[in-house]
Design a protein around this ligand. Sequence first.
Ligand SMILES: N[C@@H](CCC(=O)N[C@@H](CS)C(=O)NCC(=O)O)C(=O)O
Length: 207
Amino acid sequence: MLTLYSMPSSGNSYKVRLLLAFLGLPYAHIGGEYGSGLTDSAEFRALNPAGKLPLLKLEDGRLIAESNAILLYLARGTRFLPDDAFEQALCHQWMFFEQNSHETTIAVRAAILSYPQRAHLRTPDKLDPLLEGGHRALSIMEAQLQKTPWLTGDKPTVADISLYGYTHSAHTGGFDMPRFPAINAWLDRVATEPGYVPLSFLPDEAS
Ligand SMILES: N[C@@H](CCC(=O)N[C@@H](CS)C(=O)NCC(=O)O)C(=O)O
């Protein structure tokens, strides 16, 4: 069985839990919340030297880090990753955008405002550029979603799952979501896909 090491509150980890749920794939879950010490432990660093979650262990023990790499691996051969090279490239395009422009502003601002460990970063010089950059990223998504129901066209793909991870909770970072009606309609579309689970859903913990 697959084993997923994931952080319950994290959008990067949630993306993977969401795809696993859409695919109906069973997996063992090992959770590590901020402050639990999991990512600092020598045992975990031996598995992922970057010390980050999520991390996927395959049945044969091989490991994959980086949420979007895990999504792309799990989605191959399913309806969430097109076979066509150009359509696949569009998925990659949005997933690179997610890590470069979206996660780095939207997730970072939400984390500063949510996690007590980051309270010292709640200063205008940190928060204001993140607000501006996050709104810029949301505007780019909004423009696409005004044209097509899903980010890469007329079907949901791993790109939608990747960007859903932190867009669905962007309001917790102070982002002005009513400004983005097409994004809000898309959020509802993702949440009505069969198999959908919310961020709070966690399978039973592996022993
Ligand atoms: N680019 C990575 C980012 C992973 C990441 O930053 N994970 C955070 C939670 S969102 C983490 O594990 N932090 C724990 C730590 O830094 O100790 C991905 O997409 O998987």
